[in-house]
Design a protein around this ligand. Structure first.
Ligand code: C6P
Length: 423
């Protein structure tokens, strides 16, 4: 069976959840055969980075072994083949998020660089002192600090849309923050610390009614649900490949073409120019305007393979499978005395963050690790959310398409060990 065929067979050609064969899917991930301290690996740290299916690994090996060369530069055969593969990956990404044009897909180092790019180019070029940028209380640091840098440089004002005690986005409070001074709204599609899915269409509609641009941080959304940038109506959408079962070192900035072509370049260098002389340099249009220097060529190929992989499984099927895991994990964890879940919004992706009376999150993480269970413990690069809930850290189980209910049981059993140890 070629890589990807098992993914196709795992959904057996229809859209029902029952047809999502997780055991078959697991066979696509070599790392899931590994053991940790002699126990089968239970990988529940997908929010930090997801594991890679064979199709992604093989696509990258094949690129290095058979057609690797620099892109957009050579007249020789290898360079042309590498360029075709690189640009084919861009086309796959464009289709994946339903971008109207492939020129709207810019490869960056990751979501962090994509947000910095928008703040540093659109923000610097078009915002004036006193203009307002609205973010939310549950943003990742990557969607806070770039705007603070812009605030320090340009004298803009940063406004924070609140969240409620369940971790839900408070739409009417957000609406009250908006004014004609609001120039950018930058909000996460799914919170990495709480799992909350934000009401993005409404967020966009309200922002656009005031003439503001909207940037959506889709890092934790694209692995779990179908994303259609045209249906969302946003102006910018960013995500990282490595959380989508692709390689590290590459991510995506999608933006509306008219906006992208009105923005100054982010970095200067090779490939982003139309012409250079010492007197004057002119720039290419998007996407090359924003891709100075040799890009992450083989990583783009790997990202394209990851997109093929999740598309073959179907994001609806993946989402339905993970919703089942979320419901099961929430139900089982809720029954544990002294364990408190942070993030109980009605609309949630498969992320469960919790604290325990008995133990610090790092102790929980360490004990779970000994049972082979990988979770993240800490502030998850979202310190303002931790402050909002009055905790320094949480333990976070974040599920992916290959996780099973049996693994939730292993998690729960291992939490029993934490209780025994500290209780
Ligand atoms: N969150 C987590 O464990 P990069 O590092 O650029 O690939 O992604 C940054 C980022 C931006 N936004 C959100 C919502 C994120 O979740 C992340 C990455 C990881 O939650 C690592 S801190």
């Amino acid at each position: 069976m070629t890589p990807g065929q098992s993914a196709l067979k795992a959904v057996a050609g229809n859209n029902s959840t029952a047809a999502f064969d997780v055991e078959r899917v697991r066979q696509d991930f070599p790392i899931l055969r590994e053991t940790v301290y002699g126990r089968p690996l239970v990988y529940l740290d997908n929010g930090a980075s997801a594991q890679k299916p064979r199709i992604v690994i093989d696509s990258m090996t094949k690129a290095y072994e058979t057609y690797y060369a620099n892109v957009h530069r050579g007249v020789h055969k290898l360079s042309q083949t590498a360029t075709d593969a690189f640009e084919a990956a861009r086309e796959k990404v464009a289709r994946f998020i339903n971008a109207p044009s492939v020129d709207e897909v810019i490869f960056t180092r990751g979501a962090t660089e994509a947000i910095n790019l928008v703040a540093a180019t659109y923000g610097r070029a078009f915002l004036k002192p006193g203009d307002e940028v609205v973010i939310s209380h549950m943003e990742h640091h990557s969607n806070i600090v770039p705007w603070q840098l812009l605030r320090d440089e340009k004298g803009i004002v940063l406004k924070i849309a609140p969240i409620d005690d369940e971790g839900g986005f408070v739409l009417d409070a957000y609406e009250k923050l908006l004014s004609p001074k609001t120039k950018i709204v930058a909000i996460t599609h799914v919170s990495n610390a709480l799992g909350t899915i934000t009401p993005m269409r409404e967020i966009v509609r309200l922002a656009h009614a005031r003439g503001a641009r909207v940037l959506v941080d889709g890092c934790q959304a694209v692995p779990h649900m179908p994303v259609d940038v045209q249906a969302l109506g946003a102006d910018f959408y960013v995500f990282s490949s490595h959380k989508l079962y692709g390689p590290t070192g590459i991510g995506v900035l999608w933006g509306r073409l008219d906006l992208l072509n009105s923005m100054p370049p982010y970095q200067g260098g090779g490939e982003m120019i139309a012409s250079v002389s010492f007197e004057k340099t002119t720039y290419k249009n998007s996407p090359h305007r924003f891709e100075a220097g040799t890009p992450a060529i083989v990583e783009a190929v790997g990202l394209g393979a990851a997109v093929d992989y999740v598309s073959a499984l179907g994001l609806d099927n993946i989402g339905a499978h993970e919703s089942g895991l979320l419901a099961y994990a929430t139900e089982r964890l809720s029954r544990i005395d002294g364990l408190e879940i942070h993030g109980r919004a009605k609309d949630k992706a498969a992320i469960v963050a919790f604290v325990m009376k008995e133990a610090h999150a790092h102790d929980i993480g360490t004990i779970l690790d000994r049972a082979g269970v990988a979770v993240r413990a800490g502030h998850h690069c979202a310190q303002p959310v931790m402050d909002r809930f009055g905790v320094a850290a949480t333990a976070r189980a974040s599920f992916g398409l290959y996780n099973t209910k049996k693994e939730v049981d292993t998690l729960v059993d291992a939490i029993g060990v934490v209780k025994e140890f500290f209780g």
